[in-house]
Write a protein that binds this ligand. Structure first.
Ligand SMILES: C[S@@+](CC[C@H](N)C(=O)[O-])C[C@H]1O[C@@H](n2cnc3c(N)ncnc32)[C@H](O)[C@@H]1O
Length: 351
C-alpha cells in the first residue's frame, strides 16, 4: 500500500502503482486525511463519483491508464468529467482541489492580459446602454459586465470595499477605477494569484491584494462598507462559515454583493443559508440567460485563446472550465440544471 505513488495531473489527484505492483481493487489508504479507494476497472467519471459517495470515501482514484483512452481528446474530456464529478462530492476535497487548480493556473499562465476568470454577463435588452470601455478592456467586456451587474447596485464612491476570491484582479481593478471607492482590497486563497495581482496592479493607488481564506478572513470586525464576491463561493468548504465572515467584516448597514452558480437542487439550500446569515436578503436575480448569452458571444475568443495557450491534454478541462459551447457547464446552464444568480444583502443597522 505504501508503495503507491501520488501524482498530480493538473489538480485532479490520481494515484498510480509504483515498483511495477499493480494496485488491487481492495487497496485503500489515507491520503492527507482523505479516505481514498482505488478502483481497478475502467469506469466513467460519474460511476467513479457515485462509487465514492456510495462507499463513503472522499475520493475514488483511478489509475490514469484506465481513465485516459487511446484518443488524447477523449482522455482530456474524461479528466474534465472526473474533475467536475469529484467537485460535487466532499466539501473538504472540493476546497483542496480548487486550491490546487487556481495555484496551477497562476503558476502556469502568467499572461498579464488574462485578468478575469468568470463566465460573464450580457444584457438581453437591446435598449440597455452599452458600458463604455477602453479598447484594451474590450476583450474582457462580458467578464467586466458581470462585475458591473453585481457591484453597481449601490453607490460605492469613497467607500471601503473587500473583494473575496479576487482571482487575477481584473474585477477589483474595474471596481476601483470605474466605481470609484476609496479603497479596494482583494483577497484570495491562491498565493500565486495574489502575487500576480500585486505585481500587475502595483501602479493603482488604493488597490491591494492579500492572501486569505474566505472562511477565515484576515480582517477586523466592521472594517468594510461592502463585500463583493463573484463566481468564487462554489469552491468553498462551508458557505455558512463564509457568510459569517462576510457579516463580521461588514460595518452595520454595509452591503454584500454576490453572484455565483449552483446545481438546481442546491440553489434552495443556498437561499436558505443566505436568509439565515443574519443579513437581509434584499434582492435575488436569476441571471442564467444573461450568462448563456455572454458565453455564446465570447465563445470563439475563448476557444482561440485555449487553443493557443493550453497543452492538448488539458483542452478538455480548460474548455469545461471556460464554459465553451457544448461543455457540461454550458449545457448545465442551457438545460436549467445549473442556475446562476446574483444577490444583494445588507447587514442590519442594529444588531
Ligand atoms: C472562478 S475564479 C473567479 C475570480 C474572480 N472573482 C473573477 O471573476 O475573475 C474563483 C476564485 O476564487 C478563489 N477562491 C476559491 N476558494 C477560495 C477560498 N476559500 N478563499 C479565498 N479565495 C478562494 C480562487 O482562488 C479563484 O481565484
Amino acid at each position: 500500500m505504501n508503495q503507491a505513488r501520488l501524482l498530480h495531473t493538473s489538480s485532479v489527484v490520481t494515484v498510480g502503482a509504483s515498483h511495477g505492483r499493480p494496485l488491487t481493487e481492495d487497496d485503500t489508504w489515507n491520503l492527507r486525511g482523505l479516505q481514498v479507494e482505488y478502483v481497478q476497472a475502467k469506469r466513467t467519471a460519474e460511476e467513479l463519483a457515485l462509487a465514492a459517495a456510495a462507499r463513503d470515501r472522499d475520493v475514488v482514484v483511478v489509475n490514469p491508464g484506465l481513465l485516459i483512452g487511446p484518443d488524447d481528446h477523449e482522455g482530456s474530456f474524461m479528466i474534465a468529467k472526473l474533475f467536475m464529478a469529484i467537485c460535487r462530492l466532499s466539501p473538504h476535497l472540493r476546497k483542496l482541489i480548487w486550491r490546487h487548480w487556481y495555484q496551477f493556473l497562476a503558476r502556469s499562465y502568467k499572461r498579464e492580459e488574462w485578468s478575469f476568470i468568470n463566465y460573464g454577463y450580457a444584457s438581453l435588452d437591446p435598449q440597455t446602454e452599452k458600458l463604455q470601455l477602453d479598447d484594451a478592456d474590450e476583450p474582457d467586456r462580458y467578464c467586466i459586465q458581470l462585475y458591473h451587474h453585481v457591484a453597481n447596485v449601490v453607490d460605492l464612491k469613497d467607500l471601503k470595499v473587500l473583494e473575496v476570491g479576487s482571482g487575477r484582479g481584473g474585477g477589483a481593478y474595474y471596481i476601483k477605477c470605474f466605481l470609484r471607492p476609496k479603497r479596494v482590497v482583494g483577497v484570495d486563497f491562491s498565493k500565486r494569484a495574489v502575487a500576480f495581482c500585486k505585481k500587475r496592479y502595483s501602479f493603482v493607488e488604493g488597490l491591494s491584494f492579500v492572501v486569505g481564506d474566505a472562511e477565515c478572513l484576515p480582517f477586523r470586525d466592521d472594517s468594510f462598507d461592502a463585500v463583493v464576491n463573484v463566481e468564487s463561493s462554489h469552491c468553498y468548504g462551508s458557505i455558512n462559515a463564509f457568510l459569517m465572515q462576510v457579516k463580521r467584516v461588514l460595518r452595520q448597514g454595509g452591503y454584500f454583493l454576490y453572484a455565483d452558480f449552483r446545481d438546481k437542487d442546491e440553489i434552495d439550500n443556498l437561499r436558505r443559508e443566505l436568509r439565515h446569515s443574519g443579513m437581509t436578503l434584499i434582492k435575488e436575480t436569476n441571471i442564467t440567460t444573461n450568462v448563456i448569452e455572454a458565453l455564446n458571444l465570447d465563445n470563439e475568443r475563448k476557444l482561440a485563446l485555449i487553443q493557443e495557450a493550453v497543452h492538448k491534454m488539458l483542452l478538455g478541462p480548460f474548455q469545461e472550465f471556460a464554459g465553451v459551447r457544448g461543455s457540461m457547464m454550458y449545457e448545465g446552464f442551457r438545460t436549467g440544471e445549473v442556475i446562476y444568480s446574483s444577490f444583494v444583502l445588507q447587514k442590519p443597522n442594529h444588531q
